[in-house]
Design a protein. Structure first.
Length: 393
């Protein structure tokens, strides 16, 4: 047995050293793939928000969210670079990307008119191409080779853009505006882009190791189904639920199947939504709730936002354990990466670095709220932000 372990160690060492053609090898952290994916999600999401607010001529309170997420886009790239080292390939010049986003945010805060918003949107919508910088150069070749990391980033970007645009369309529909139809068409177009990335992903043969496996996640099948649907209010609701499910499933898989030394493919926690008018299953039917009363009424989809009126998105509180707590799905932002219990009738959201960001207390069975705890580098507003969680039915 000892000789076998020694042989395995030598074999792995040789595999690691073979990457030195691309740069000094640094063992990546377990969440390397997730951080690259999350960087793409963050930029795709904020691009959609900027696209559908570019007609504004003045700063409104909701613009602070866009500003913050542009800043966090650069921060996410820094985290990805730190967690990944050189394998899988990370952004070697991350300071340049982060600096550009910092300047973009500053420009937005100083000149929030429609002309500048359009310029910023045109810039942000090209950030999916930053995935090309995750390709690697093989010695003696002029063409850079595609990597798994490139596909993680681009797929996260396109899925997040699609997810956010569908939710914007839903809000537009509720206001009675006909513009929601074109917004859904825009989302469908980005589903096609995501499918193209998946097509390349399935055929990619990395230089070493393997990509995260997509087995048992019918993502291409579901995207094809959504693109064929006629645009109706009922179908829009189904699209939103399906995209939330796909986002959570991909996030869980990428978080748990990053290492090429893994052999077990993590299962998908729940079946995909069905395009019927039946109400979604309640949290009491969740298998984890049946065996653990502490999760009762918590493992569910929640509307997440500020009590001042800003709806930030939908979070899915799961019982899947991550580095700093249980994984938050359906919503991609470093500030809300994990959650955990904080005593009786209280939970806390945790950021990607393990810091508490919001401490919620239960107001009633379907509503929680609590103060936001800004990270050290968060822009100061002088006011306390109160977040809320409202259970979705």
């Amino acid at each position: 047995m000892k000789s076998f372990k020694l042989f395995l160690g030598i074999l792995l060492l040789c595999t690691f050293l073979s990457t030195t053609a691309f740069g000094a090898f640094i063992i990546p952290q377990r969440d390397c793939c997730f951080q690259i994916w999350a960087a793409g999600c963050n930029l795709g999401w904020v691009t959609s928000l900027m696209h559908y607010t570019k007609v504004r001529e003045e700063w409104v309170p909701a613009d602070q969210t866009i500003y913050n997420f542009i800043i966090r886009g650069g921060e996410q790239i820094r985290i990805a670079n730190r967690q990944c080292g050189k394998y899988p390939q990370a952004w070697s010049g991350w300071q340049n990307f982060s600096g550009r986003l910092q300047k973009t945010a500053e420009s937005f805060s100083k000149r929030p008119n429609s002309k500048n918003r359009n310029q910023i949107w045109n810039y942000l919508r090209s950030t999916y191409l930053w995935g090309n910088h995750l390709r690697i150069a093989i010695a003696g070749r002029k063409i850079r080779t595609a990597t798994c990391s490139e596909k993680y980033f681009k797929l996260g970007w396109f899925l997040a853009y699609t997810q956010q645009t569908l939710k914007i369309a839903d809000e537009t529909l509720k206001r009675g505006s006909p513009g929601w139809v074109n917004q859904v068409r825009d989302a469908k177009k980005h589903m096609s882009y995501a499918d193209s990335v998946l097509y390349e992903w399935e055929r990619l043969k990395p230089i070493t190791g393997r990509c995260v496996r997509l087995k048992n996640i019918p993502i291409r099948k579901k995207l094809s189904e959504l693109r064929r649907l006629t645009i109706t209010p009922d179908n829009l609701n189904y699209m939103i639920r399906t995209m939330d499910w796909l986002g959570l499933s991909m996030q869980t898989r990428i978080s748990n199947d990053c290492s090429f030394l893994n052999t077990r493919i993590p299962p998908v926690n729940s079946p995909p939504p069905s395009n019927t008018r039946k109400p979604p299953a309640t949290s009491s039917s969740h298998p984890h709730n049946q065996g653990n009363n502490s999760f009762a009424g918590i493992l569910s989809s929640w509307e997440f936002g500020r009590t001042s009126g800003d709806r930030l998105g939908t979070v899915v509180l799961t019982s899947k354990k991550g580095k700093y707590g249980y994984i938050i799905g359906g919503y991609h932002h470093p500030n809300e990466t994990y959650w955990r219990f904080n005593g009786k009738d209280s939970i806390v959201f945790i950021d990607s670095n393990g810091r508490p960001t919001t401490k919620f207390v239960r107001i009633n069975q379907n509503y929680w709220k609590g103060p936001f705890i800004p990270p050290p580098n968060w822009p100061k507003s002088g006011k306390t932000t109160i977040h809320y969680l409202k259970k979705q039915r």
